[in-house]
Design a protein around this ligand. Structure first.
Ligand code: EPZ
Length: 426
C-alpha cells in the first residue's frame, strides 16, 4: 500500500494548476447516459473515483475513450445499455448512485446497488428514492439493490415538485438528470447550490435541457423528449484549490493557483483573510487565478460547516490542520456529517491539542507539531494529514493514501513543484 513521506518545515513558493472538480466530473459522466449521442468532457481530473465511474459506465455498455492530456474523455451510451450498477463497484464509490436518475429517465428501469455505510457518516439515500418516486418511479429495495421501474403503461417519468428534508448535493443532481427527460415541469425546492450543480446544469442545457434557477435553492426543469450530445468543460475543483490555500497558509509562502475560482471559495477565503493571510484573485487570458501569501503565525479561526455558500464540510479537516499551529483557540462545528472527525486522533498523534464533543472540536493552537506515522481514514482527512506533515518538525509518514488518490490529481507532484519535500513509497 502506498504511503507518503513528508519532511516538514519548508515554505511553499511557485504555481499550481488546479484540476477539474471530482464532484462535477462524476455526475457529468453519468449525464452521458441521457443520450445515445457522443458526449465529450474536457478538464476531467485523473482520479481513482473517475476511473471507477468509467468502469461502472463501461460495465453498462457505455463506450468511453480518453484523448490525451487536455483532450478529455468521450462517452457514448448507444443501445444496448444494461442499466445496472453492481455492488462490487458501488461499494467502492457511493457517487455511483448518480446513475439511478439518468438510467431511469432514459430506459424506464434501473438496478443500482445501495451504497452502504461510509467512514464519515451513515449517508442514507432515502431522499433520492423519495424524489424519484414523486416523479412516478416505483422503487423497491431488495437484496441490497434499489430496483426502479416505471408503472405499467408509462414510458417516461413525470414532472413533480420535490422538496427534500435537507439539502442534498447528489440528490439534487439525480433529480436534475431525471427531470431533464421527464414529461412536464419539475420544481426542485431546497435544492443544493454548490458550484458543481450549475456546472452540471450548463452541461445538460448544452445537451438540450430546459433548466432555470440553477445556483439558487429553487430550480425549474421543463422536461424534453430527447437530449443530444455535447462538449463540456468540467469546472475547476474548489476543494483542491482550498486545500492548497490551507497548505500555504500553514507553511508560509507565496503561491499562485491557476484555473481556480475564488468566488467558489468565499467562505474559506474570508476565514483565511481573518487569520492573517494575504489573498488576491483575478482573471487572465489563461483563466482565473488565486494568489496567497502567508508569513508568520496565523490567528486561529472558529467555523461551522454548512451547505454552500457557507463553509464547506469538505474543507473542515484541512482548515483544522491549519488551526493546530495557529495562534489561539478555535471551535470547529461539523453540521453536515455525523462522523467527520476521524482525522482528530491522527493530528493528536502529531502533537495537536484537540478536544471533541459530538459535532464540536476545540483546537488549541500550539507552536509546532512533531512528525510521526499517521493513517488516512477518508479523502479529506488524508489531505489534512498532508498539511500537518508539511509543517511538522521532522518526518511524517501518511499511510493508506489510496484515500487521497480518490480525490486529488497528482497532489505530491504539485506540492513538490512548489518546494515541498514529499515522496510516495510502498
Ligand atoms: C456530496 O455528497 C459530495 N460528494 C461530498 O463530497 C460532500 O461532502 C457532500 O456533498 C456535502 O457537500 C459528491 O458530490 C460526489 P449530501 P452527498 O447528500 O451528495 C444527508 C468529498 O470529500 N442525506 O449533500 O452524498 C447526508 O447523510 C465528498 O468529495 C440524507 O439523510 O452529500 C448528509 O448528512 C465527501 N438522505 C447530508 O444529507 C439522503 O437521501 C448532506 O449529504 C441524502 C443525504
Amino acid at each position: 500500500m502506498d504511503k507518503l513521506r513528508i519532511t516538514g518545515g519548508r515554505t511553499l513558493k511557485g504555481e499550481v494548476t488546479i484540476s477539474g472538480a471530482k464532484n462535477a466530473a462524476l455526475p457529468e459522466m453519468c449525464a452521458a447516459l441521457l443520450t445515445d449521442e457522443p458526449v465529450r468532457l474536457l478538464n476531467v481530473p485523473r482520479l481513482h473515483d473517475v476511473a471507477t465511474m468509467r468502469r461502472l459506465l463501461n460495465n453498462m455498455g457505455v463506450k468511453t475513450e480518453t484523448h490525451g492530456e487536455r483532450g478529455g474523455m468521450s462517452f457514448q451510451a448507444a443501445d444496448p445499455i444494461q442499466p445496472e450498477a453492481p455492488y462490487e463497484l458501488v461499494k467502492t464509490m457511493r457517487a455511483s448512485v448518480l446513475a439511478l436518475g439518468p438510467l431511469l429517465a432514459r430506459f424506464g428501469h434501473a438496478k443500482v446497488s445501495l451504497p452502504g455505510g461510509c467512514a464519515i457518516g451513515s449517508r442514507p439515500v432515502d431522499q433520492h428514492i423519495k424524489g424519484l418516486q414523486a416523479m412516478g418511479a416505483e422503487i423497491v429495495v431488495e437484496h441490497g439493490y434499489m430496483v426502479a421501474r416505471l408503472p405499467q403503461g408509462r414510458s417516461r417519468l413525470h414532472g413533480a415538485r420535490i422538496a427534500t428534508d435537507m439539502v442534498t448535493v447528489t440528490g439534487t443532481e439525480n433529480f436534475l438528470m431525471a427531470a431533464a427527460l421527464a414529461e412536464g415541469e419539475t420544481l426542485l425546492e431546497n435544492a443544493a447550490q454548490e458550484p458543481e450543480i450549475p456546472d452540471l446544469c450548463e452541461m445538460l442545457i448544452a445537451m438540450g435541457a430546459k433548466i432555470e434557477g440553477h445556483g439558487t435553492s429553487r430550480i425549474h426543469i421543463q422536461g424534453v423528449e430527447r437530449l443530444h450530445g455535447c462538449t463540456h468543460q468540467v469546472v475547476a475543483d474548489r476543494i483542491e484549490a482550498g486545500t492548497f490555500l490551507c497548505a500555504v497558509a500553514a507553511t508560509g509562502g507565496d503561491v499562485v493557483l491557476r484555473h481556480a475560482n475564488a468566488h467558489h471559495l468565499d467562505a474559506v477565503i474570508d476565514k483565511l483573510l481573518e487569520a492573517g493571510a494575504e489573498i488576491e484573485a483575478g482573471a487572465e487570458a489563461a483563466g482565473a487565478f488565486i494568489r496567497i501569501r502567508s508569513t508568520g503565525r496565523l490567528k486561529a479561526q472558529s467555523f461551522r460547516t454548512t451547505e454552500y455558500p457557507g463553509f464547506p464540510t469538505d474543507m473542515q479537516a484541512q482548515f483544522m490542520a491549519l488551526n493546530c499551529i495557529a495562534e489561539g483557540t478555535a471551535k470547529v462545528t461539523e453540521t453536515i456529517f455525523e462522523n467527520r472527525f476521524m482525522h482528530v486522533n491522527e493530528l493528536v498523534r502529531l502533537g495537536a491539542r484537540i478536544q471533541t464533543d459530538g459535532k464540536v472540536a476545540v483546537v488549541e493552537g500550539i507552536d509546532r507539531l512533531s512528525g510521526a506515522t499517521v493513517m488516512a481514514t477518508d479523502l479529506r482527512a488524508s489531505a489534512s494529514l498532508v498539511i500537518a506533515g508539511l509543517v511538522a518538525e521532522g518526518q511524517t509518514v501518511v499511510d493508506r493514501i489510496y484515500h487521497l488518490d480518490r480525490g486529488y490529481d497528482q497532489m505530491e507532484e504539485k506540492l513538490r513543484g512548489i518546494g515541498a519535500d514529499i515522496v510516495r513509497f510502498k
